[in-house]
Design a binder for this molecule. Structure first.
Ligand SMILES: C[S@@+](CC[C@H](N)C(=O)[O-])C[C@H]1O[C@@H](n2cnc3c(N)ncnc32)[C@H](O)[C@@H]1O
Ligand code: SF4
Length: 449
């Protein structure tokens, strides 16, 4: 990609973990709407569950997650109680006892919960749902704070996959972003997990952080590879200080520019590919025999709020503050603050504050965007007929696609669009062509590159 193209397309676009994207959720979707959506679910379809834990021991300055620092376990214990109640409230609305194929603990830092509380919630889930024997249970882990007791509690609850937050191993970068974490610390946690029988190991790395360079990114990748992960998520630092005020404490002058970001990303991607990993979508790498790589080859990869996923469940239920649920009827989001969330739960209500019901047009556009994000290719004609629509309805979009094609971002062959290797970093820009909601929310997203 030339510097000129980078400059022209370094715009703000959504990450497309949903469509419509979360800024377009509206308060007309209430707890009552959600209650009826839950009741309408097909009882014989397995569910996927997401549990959000919005607490951390310290705040990393780059963090874009929904979390807050808490030093008192009292607040966490109160939250655990709310999660337990929320599980009961949701279960009451379902058409009956339902099976679960996926559980994801995210945050914040789920392992800020005591081992006993992790077990308690797992037991509560087990009594409300039929957790399928082969269900994938995954957790996000901050290696700086987890103990062997946490690992044992999670392993006993069936943990199969852990994502360790790393970001970068360079001491100067780590000090600047206020996340000091030695290689040995990370390696120790990976060893505990493997000894406990947790076979799936993911690492989160980042580029675009202050003081990162091609050399420092290469070095971090080299160290990451020593841990022999199954998957790596390589996230471009999303600098949104107007939404996450602590990010303003980072030295902006030390942030790599768009060209440097592209170079860092490519350097990391090259190193992973040379080490035998396959690239998946915009920010993942996996061993060729990993389920994610297998699904990717079969064109069956999906995208949800955690990014790329092998999860094929039709309904994803979110628990905890700010958690987003995805049901066949539409999306819902829980109250974003712990106070409002708790208030709803204590009143026995589903803590939903907004959402969106999907129209047929939304579903078609969502599928186009998901296939582009996952496969870098989409057959507009085939998808339009699947949705009983005429591909000619997309003539305005096609005109814009042709402008992007002239710059090499996409190749159009009739109604089949393919993103060439050089254009992959800008796939979100191609997706945005199909986003009918974009104009109003354009300023709220992070940069494309
Ligand atoms: C919830 S955290 C992972 C678990 C744990 N809290 C930790 O930090 O180790 C999820 C991941 O999101 C990524 N992340 C956080 N803030 C980000 C930002 N502003 N831009 C891009 N990625 C970010 C990091 O790679 C982080 O590991
Ligand atoms: S990156 Fe992880 S540990 Fe750091 S503040 Fe964000 S959620 Fe917490």
């Amino acid at each position: 990609m030339t510097p000129d193209l980078i400059a022209r397309y370094d715009q703000r676009v959504p990450r497309y973990t949903s469509y419509p994207t979360a800024p377009h959720f509206k308060p007309d979707i209430t707890d009552r709407t959600y209650g009826s959506w839950l009741a309408e679910l097909e009882q014989n379809q397995p569910l996927s569950l997401y549990l959000h834990v919005p607490f951390c021991a310290e705040l990393c300055l780059y963090c874009g997650c929904n979390t807050a620092v808490t030093r008192s376990y009292k607040a966490i214990a109160a939250y655990v109680e709310c999660l337990e109640r929320e599980i009961e409230i949701v279960a009451r609305h379902l058409p009956g006892r339902m099976a679960v194929s996926h559980i994801h603990w995210g945050g914040g830092t789920p392992t800020i919960l005591s081992p006993g509380d992790l077990e308690r919630i797992s037991r509560r889930l087990g009594s409300a749902f039929d957790i399928r024997p082969g269900a994938e249970i995954a957790v996000e882990i901050d290696p700086r704070t987890i103990t062997p007791e946490h690992v044992h509690a999670l392993a006993a609850a069936g943990l199969g996959r852990a994502s360790l937050g790393v970001q970068d191993f360079d001491p100067k970068v780590q000090e600047t972003i206020r996340r000091v974490q030695s290689f040995e610390q990370t390696a120790q946690v990976a060893a505990w997990l493997r000894q406990a029988g947790v076979s799936g190991l993911n690492l989160d790395l980042m580029y675009g952080l202050p003081f990162q360079s091609i050399a420092s990114v290469r070095r971090s990748v080299e160290l990451a590879l020593r841990l022999d992960p199954d998957r790596i998520a390589l996230f471009g630092y999303a600098h949104v200080p107007w939404m996450k005020r602590h990010q303003a404490l980072l030295p902006e002058a030390a942030l790599p520019d768009a060209v440097a970001r592209v170079e860092q990303r490519e350097a990391a991607a090259d190193a992973f590919i040379r080490a035998g990993y396959v690239q998946i979508g915009i920010d993942h790498f996996a061993r060729p025999d990993d389920p994610m790589a297998i699904r990717h080859r079969a064109g069956r990869l999906h995208r949800n709020f955690q990014g790329y996923t092998t999860d094929e469940a039709e309904a994803l239920i979110g628990f905890g503050t700010s958690a987003i649920g995805s049901l066949p009827q539409g999306y819902v989001q829980n109250a974003p603050t712990t106070v409002a969330y708790r208030e709803a739960i204590l009143a026995g209500r589903l803590p939903i504050v907004r959402g969106v019901a999907l129209s047929e047009d939304d579903r078609l556009r969502r599928t186009i965007i998901e296939r582009l994000m996952c496969d870098f290719s989409v057959d507009l004609h085939g998808l339009a007929s699947e949705f009983h629509r005429n591909a000619a309805d997309f003539r305005h979009e096609i005109a814009t696609i042709d402008e992007l094609a002239a710059d090499g971002l996409v190749v159009r062959d009739g109604l089949t669009l393919t993103i060439p290797d050089e254009g992959r970093a800008l796939v979100r820009t191609v997706c945005a062509v199909f986003d009918r909601y974009l104009e109003n929310g354009a300023q709220r997203h992070s940069r494309a590159l």
